[in-house]
Design a protein around this ligand. Structure first.
Ligand code: FO1
Length: 327
């Protein structure tokens, strides 16, 4: 079975770990292609940092800092300390020594002319994530957030500054995937979608992760026309994001922070099925009314087994909707 997953950072990576476990137990003949969000990318100290690609690569490759869900396990910060000693910032983005090596290799290969997709493949050769990880595009896309700040009034800041330095503490007025309009899907992205047997939207941030991937011209259309089940899992449980601050960016795009609202935001033109947590069982009626098959199952990824159960439920729902006339 060919499975395509649109993934952002922590939630997407943890779901993928469960999906790998689920298909390894069951079919064994499944292959997983991950289309990774690159809108979170940031250039620091002359290096290109790809947080969401690295979180997937480290999580599935066994190098992730488990509690954080980003960065390397057993990290040290000698380089960061030395940079600060030179007064070279920003200090608010915690890059560790081991993580720096990834960004040095990536930047060196980009400088030699390799596209990001080839660089990602090379980095994954070391980590062996057990999935094919393709960036959504080889072109530069960086999400910026328009915020109102007391000291500077309205301005656009890089997503990482909004997320990490500001802790999403000020209202986001708009989310801008800068460069998305001019970008094109990376090699292999449209092919993977066209050849998929099922497409999954894991519980990643619907705006800045999956939304950004869908903003790359051609990807949304390819998914809508793929003619195979598209099933998503709600990142919102009990009217609040399970982790992160998805509610802040959902508000920026006028979407309520509820499991049903997120499904409707994606729309029945894209989604065939939607999993909500059991606490949101009351939402299934509204989602079904929107033309999307909906099931309530436990969605807390407390460990790999829980994530594997969720993945099995998503694949089961996909089979349920398969063959249903496409809306
Ligand atoms: N998130 C934080 O909250 N604080 C950090 O200092 C931080 C550093 C960092 C370094 C490398 C990296 O790949 C990710 C990092 N993140 C940090 C997480 C990052 O902001 C998020 O993983 C994504 O951008 C959102 O999914």
């Amino acid at each position: 079975m060919r499975i395509v997953v649109l993934a952002g950072g922590i939630g997407g990576a943890r779901f993928l770990r469960g999906l790998k476990a689920a298909v390894a137990d069951d079919a064994g003949d499944a292959d997983i292609t991950v289309i990774g969000n690159t809108g979170d990318d940031i250039h620091l100290f002359g290096l290109k940092v790809c947080p969401d690609l690295d979180t997937v690569m480290y999580t599935l490759g066994g190098g992730i800092h488990e509690e954080q869900g980003w960065g390397r396990a057993g990290e040290t910060f000698a380089v960061k300390t030395e940079l600060a000693a030179y007064g070279v910032g920003p200090e608010w983005f915690g890059l560790g020594d081991r993580d720096f090596a990834t960004h040095i290799v990536r930047t060196q290969m980009l400088g030699a002319g390799y596209p990001l997709s080839a660089v990602t493949e090379a980095l994954c050769a070391r980590w062996q994530p057990g999935v094919r990880l393709i960036p959504m595009t080889d072109d530069r896309v960086e999400t910026h957030v328009v915020v109102d700040t007391p000291e500077d009034g309205r301005k656009a800041v890089h997503f990482q500054e909004y997320w990490v330095r500001m802790h999403a503490s000020v209202p986001a007025r708009a989310i801008l995937p800068v460069g998305a309009e001019q970008s094109k899907p990376a090699p292999g992205v449209l092919e993977a979608i066209a050849e998929a047997d099922v497409i999954l939207f894991p519980p990643s941030n619907p705006v800045v992760s999956i939304g950004t991937i869908l903003a790359v011209p051609g990807i949304r259309e390819a998914i809508a026309e793929a003619g195979v089940p598209v099933v998503g899992l709600s990142p919102i449980v009990g009217d609040a994001p399970v982790r992160g601050m998805a509610d802040k960016v959902l508000a920026a795009v006028g979407v309520e922070s509820t499991a049903a609202a997120v499904a409707e935001h994606y729309g029945s033109g894209l989604l065939d099925g939607w999993l909500v947590d059991t606490v949101d069982a009351g939402a299934t009626e509204a989602v079904e009314a929107a033309g999307i098959r909906c099931r309530a199952v436990p969605l807390m990824m407390t460990d790999v087994d829980a994530a594997a159960r969720m993945a099995r439920e998503a694949l089961r729902l996909a089979e349920e909707v398969r063959g249903q006339a496409r809306a």
